[in-house]
Design a protein around this ligand. Structure first.
Ligand code: TXA
Ligand code: MG
Length: 320
């Protein structure tokens, strides 16, 4: 069921239902953070492992003191610069945050999404919502209402806020002894963060930090069609781009009917915006394999390359 009335979403959320909501990054599966059964439904619907925590979404900073404590000065500085926006901060939680949200960890992830409709909805609620990305576990994150509807065969209520502007999940930061650590590259680049903080942000993945981000599984965000990542897309002979082979060009012009171009102008923002939706569209077209070229390793290109690493096909292809 797709609708665009926030009052409908409000009623459902108050009744302990899970509602898919738009954000500027990707759609999320939202539930009341104070209703345990509603939170459990998120995990069931998404088929998500229980040890993977959820991000809390707020529209007003008044919720911060309810859900987290010991907020570092740098966190305030980042909120000031980037909220509402695609930045998630991992902060020590209060005991008001159900351990289902935090997956048993002492911290909670929190962000204020920059999406008008969702901000309006959140302002009407007397609770924040927890929301992971709306994809079933390991699938591509949905960046429009139709994608969500497709994944759940029309069975989930979806608040339609149009296509997501950034198209890439939020950047996740944690704080360790006053050092800012990036746990997930995302829609806000390291360059943007470092400009505000005037210091280096450490990029760490699991195992390198005491902060655990269990959702950063190796295989994630994958299309159903095998995705092969190349240093240079021109390395595939054009004859190979036949009926069953799709080619994603990060920028430039289409030279074959099976070419899909992420950004004609070569804008990283536009590439991010179209990334998941393009993979999804190709998945509906019965291709045998998708070739994609690596993104430039700077700004949003780093986050996009991170997603490629997780989405790519893990075995050798016989046609190569
Ligand atoms: O852009 C986004 O962040 C989207 C939209 C819907 O807001 N949400 C999203 O949620 O991407 P999800 O659950 O798909 O990814 C959140 C990641 C997971 O990898 C999770 O493990 C990590 O954030 N995370 C959440 N809470 C955490 C915590 N307390 N400590 C460490 N990692 C945490
Ligand atoms: Mg996700």
């Amino acid at each position: 069921m797709i609708f665009n009335d926030t009052h409908v979403a409000k009623k459902l959320l108050e009744n302990g239902e899970v509602v898919a909501i738009p954000t500027e990054t990707v759609y999320g599966l939202a539930a009341n953070i104070f209703q345990e059964e509603a939170l459990q439904k998120i995990y069931q619907i998404k088929q998500r492992p229980a040890q993977n925590p959820l991000i809390v979404h707020i529209a007003q900073t008044k919720w911060l003191s309810e859900i987290c404590t010991n907020i570092p000065q740098k966190a305030y500085q980042l909120m000031e610069a980037f909220w509402p926006g695609p930045l998630t901060l991992i902060l020590p939680k209060t005991n008001k945050v159900n351990s289902i949200v935090s997956a048993g960890q002492p911290t909670v992830g929190v962000r204020m999404p920059a999406h008008q409709l969702t901000l309006e909805l959140l302002q009407q609620l007397d609770f924040p919502v927890a929301a992971p990305s709306a994809n079933p576990y390991t699938k591509i994150s949905p960046t429009n209402a139709a994608m969500v509807d497709h994944f759940y065969q029309g069975k989930l209520p979806v608040l339609d806020g149009g296509a997501c502007k950034s198209g890439l999940e939020s950047t996740i930061l944690a704080f360790e002894q006053n050092q800012v650590i990036c746990l997930r590259l995302g829609a806000i680049s390291l360059e943007q963060l470092e400009e505000v903080l005037q210091e280096k942000v450490l990029v760490k993945n699991q195992g390198q930090t005491s902060v655990i981000a269990p959702g950063l599984a190796k295989k994630h965000y994958a299309p159903n069609t095998p995705l092969v990542v190349l240093e240079d897309i021109n390395l595939i002979p054009l004859e190979l781009v036949n009926k069953r082979v799709a080619r994603i060009l990060t920028y430039g012009q289409k030279t074959h009917p099976n070419d899909f171009v992420l950004s004609k102008q070569g804008s990283l923002e536009e590439m991010a915006e179209n990334f998941y939706a393009t993979l999804f569209a190709i998945d509906q077209m019965n291709f045998e394999v998708i070739f994609i070229e690596k993104f430039p390793d700077t700004q949003l290109g780093r986050a996009l390359n991170d997603r490629l690493e997780r989405a790519k096909f893990q075995q050798q292809l016989s046609i190569l």
